[in-house]
Design a protein. Structure first.
Ligand code: NIG
Ligand code: FE
Length: 388
């Protein structure tokens, strides 16, 4: 079954060999999908005959967004904490404890419904691949349960048993690290692809993070790190040292951190929803891009620091607040996210790629930043199936 989408005013391929500039832009473009794959890209006038046909009527098409960082397995919300912040209180990772208590008390069905709701919300906004983490269970059973629930909704599942030290280990953080690297990893590794640590003052230090990430790596999980979010620290350089797929947040960077990222293949994943929702300073994407670092943009969707599932909102924030051009932000939200998940089948539209496409109610991808807050996503295909 082949489908042609034609009369696309601007097609973002993210493949410079197919079109103009780093986004590989094709004007008056057409795409042919066969099953779950893209099989042909060109101009409308050259398009082949297909089984079915959709006229984009001068709208834009881009790859589905790749949200490579979210925390969707949770119960409850933290409205009171948000209100307090908007009255001037600072963000503290301690709020994670509130969500841990609510998540432990939730049933499997409640957690499953929550993940279903947030992934559907993200899909309606053009996200066709989403990574999500555990991290609000923090017992062997609750972390394994979170990963099992997550795996029902996405293949990109991350074990974040080292989110904070839970209250019951407050006097024995070393005991908690031993649990995470021992029985918890045993129970969790079969359900996850990635291992993550919140490496930050008040959470896990560099030595603890190294121990947890290397233990995860020994069990076949690939590291990614919550690094340098609330202040400077060892997270970014540790991520590069361990060849982590991604260092996430990257808000407080020294020149040595930027040099390390530029010298390795670890992607810098920026999460502007967190700075928006915590009223803190944004990471400097310009500095990273100018140094040649691969940048991804993601939502960090979680009930504490960033309760948004909207990649278009993050694109708009990145352009307004982080020195990115609209082209750079769209690239980071698609190809950048794919790089952060070490995927070559998504984030680009070219023959052989998975047919994950977003049709915008706008003539170009620039409108994602130019028209912030407007629901521009008109249609979404995931693996060739029209899902929105
Ligand atoms: O990525 N920084 C650590 N974890 C989340 C926040 C979690 C929470 O506040 O519940 C983040 O921002
Ligand atoms: Fe996070």
């Amino acid at each position: 079954m082949t489908t042609l989408i034609s009369n696309i005013a601007t097609l973002v391929t993210n493949d410079p060999s197919l079109g103009r500039g780093p986004l590989g832009l094709v004007e008056d473009a057409a795409v042919v999908i066969d099953g779950d794959r893209v099989v042909w890209i060109g101009t409308t006038s050259q398009a082949p005959a297909t089984d079915s046909h959709l006229d984009a009527e001068g709208r834009a098409v881009l790859p589905g967004f790749v949200d490579s960082h979210s925390h969707l397995v949770f119960a409850g919300d933290r409205t009171a904490e948000f209100n307090a912040r908007m009255e001037g209180r600072a963000y503290s990772a301690g709020g994670i404890r509130t969500t841990v208590a609510a998540t432990r008390a939730a049933t499997d069905a409640e957690l499953d419904a929550a993940v279903a709701r947030y992934t559907a919300e993200a899909l309606r906004q053009g996200t066709t691949t989403i990574e999500t983490k555990s991290g609000y269970g923090l017992t062997v059973a609750d972390e394994a349960r979170a990963l099992r629930v997550a795996a029902r909704h996405t293949d990109e599942v991350t074990f974040l048993g080292a989110h904070i030290v839970p209250d019951e280990y407050a006097d024995d953080p070393a005991g908690y690290v031993a649990l995470v690297t021992g029985a918890m990893l045993d129970a969790c590794a079969p359900h996850a692809r990635w291992v993550d640590v919140f490496c930050e003052r008040g959470a896990f230090d560099g030595d603890q993070a190294r121990a947890i990430l290397t233990a995860g790596r020994d069990r076949g999980l690939v590291p990614r790190v919550h690094a340098n979010q609330l202040g400077p620290g060892p997270g970014v350089q540790l991520a590069v040292e361990l060849d982590a797929a991604s260092a996430d947040h990257c808000t407080h960077l020294t020149d040595a951190d930027v040099d390390a990222l530029a010298g390795g293949r670890t992607v810098a994943t920026l999460l502007p929803g967190a700075e928006f929702s915590t009223r803190s300073r944004y990471p400097d994407a310009r500095r990273l891009l100018d140094a040649g670092v691969t940048v991804a943009l993601s939502t960090d969707c979680n009930p504490g620091s960033s309760f948004t599932s909207s990649m278009p909102f993050c694109v708009a924030l990145a352009v307004r607040e982080m020195g990115m051009t609209p082209d750079e932000a769209v690239h980071a939200a698609t190809a950048g996210g794919a790089a952060a998940l070490r995927r070559t089948d998504i984030g680009r539209l070219r023959p052989g790629a998975r047919a994950d496409l977003v049709l915008l109610d706008a003539p170009s991808h620039v409108h994602l930043a130019y028209r912030p807050g407007v629901p521009l996503v008109r249609a979404v295909w995931r693996a060739g199936a029209r899902v929105v």
